[in-house]
Design a protein around this ligand. Structure first.
Ligand SMILES: NC(=O)c1ccc[n+]([C@@H]2O[C@H](COP(=O)([O-])OP(=O)(O)OC[C@H]3O[C@@H](n4cnc5c(N)ncnc54)[C@H](O)[C@@H]3O)[C@@H](O)[C@H]2O)c1
Length: 234
């Protein structure tokens, strides 16, 4: 299996979860892939998902991919509609939407050419369905990831390829924990929006990704499953 953005907070947990299932795991990242892979005891490849040639090189190095997790994304670029610089909006879309499209296209083309079935899981966000002021650029990209998921699912089903997404609310990655320490007003504000009164752990997200990639989810395709402690209910 291949996970993009595998050196990041959620990507590492996804790589570790598939490794623990006994899978041959390759993590791809634009920075830190080798180091993260060595820490986890999996394979690592350098890849920039915004660059078609870089993706092609990474896939050649990885070997055949039957499970793809499109996890790489930009999530720290924020700004209100009135203030977000035009270039920043394009950066978000180029990575989160176009990058996810490019990796999906190359992996799916290979699967179809080889006549192999496969599974794709995309990292969306409940932000694609519920707005938070200042986060609309990112949220627009995740709404597009949900549409991309449905698009790929409906066209690839005939080839035995399932495509789903997981849509987390805020996830307590090391980066988020450092930026919003326990007890800080920012952390409290997020937690207070969540009926289950805690943020998702990286393992909450990784467990759902493993489930969607497994035979237990054999009849699921085209969905984007929230893992949000009930935040979408509010
Ligand atoms: N953390 C959250 O609260 C949260 C909530 C909902 C969804 N998500 C989604 O989960 C995914 C992972 O988020 P995270 O919190 O682990 O973030 P992160 O920043 O820790 O990890 C993202 C990884 O993607 C990599 N990346 C960025 N651009 C890339 C590119 N062009 N090519 C290859 N790799 C690239 C980064 O180097 C990084 O390692 C993202 O798609 C994010 O939008 C995160």
């Amino acid at each position: 299996m291949l996970v993009t953005g595998g050196a990041g907070g959620i990507g590492r947990a996804i790589a570790a979860a598939f490794r623990d299932e006994g899978d041959d795991v390759v993590l791809a990242d634009v920075r830190g892939a080798g180091e993260a892979a060595a820490e986890l005891g999996v394979r690592g490849v350098d890849a920039d998902i915004t660059d078609e040639d870089s993706i092609a090189r990474a896939l050649a190095e990885a070997g055949p991919v039957d499970v793809l997790v499109n996890n790489a994304g930009l999530l720290s670029v924020h700004g209100t509609l009135l203030d977000l610089p035009a270039d920043a909006m394009l950066d978000i879309l180029r990575t989160n939407v176009h990058g996810t499209f490019l990796v999906t296209q190359q992996v799916a083309r290979q699967l179809v050419a080889d006549g192999r079935s496969g599974v794709i899981v995309n990292l969306s966000s409940i932000g694609g369905r519920q707005p938070t002021p200042g986060m609309g650029g990112y949220e627009s990209s995740k709404a597009a990831v949900d549409a991309l998921t449905r698009w790929a699912a409906v066209e690839l089903a005939a080839h035995g390829i399932r495509v789903n997404a997981v849509a987390p609310g805020p996830v307590l990655t090391p980066m988020l924990a450092a930026g919003m320490p326990e007890g800080s007003p920012a952390r409290e504000a997020w937690v207070n929006r969540i009926p289950l009164r805690r943020m998702a752990s990286v393992e909450d997200v990784a467990g759902l990704v493993v489930f969607l990639a497994s035979e237990r989810a054999a009849h699921m395709t085209g969905t984007s499953v929230p893992v949000d402690g009930g935040q979408l209910l509010t």
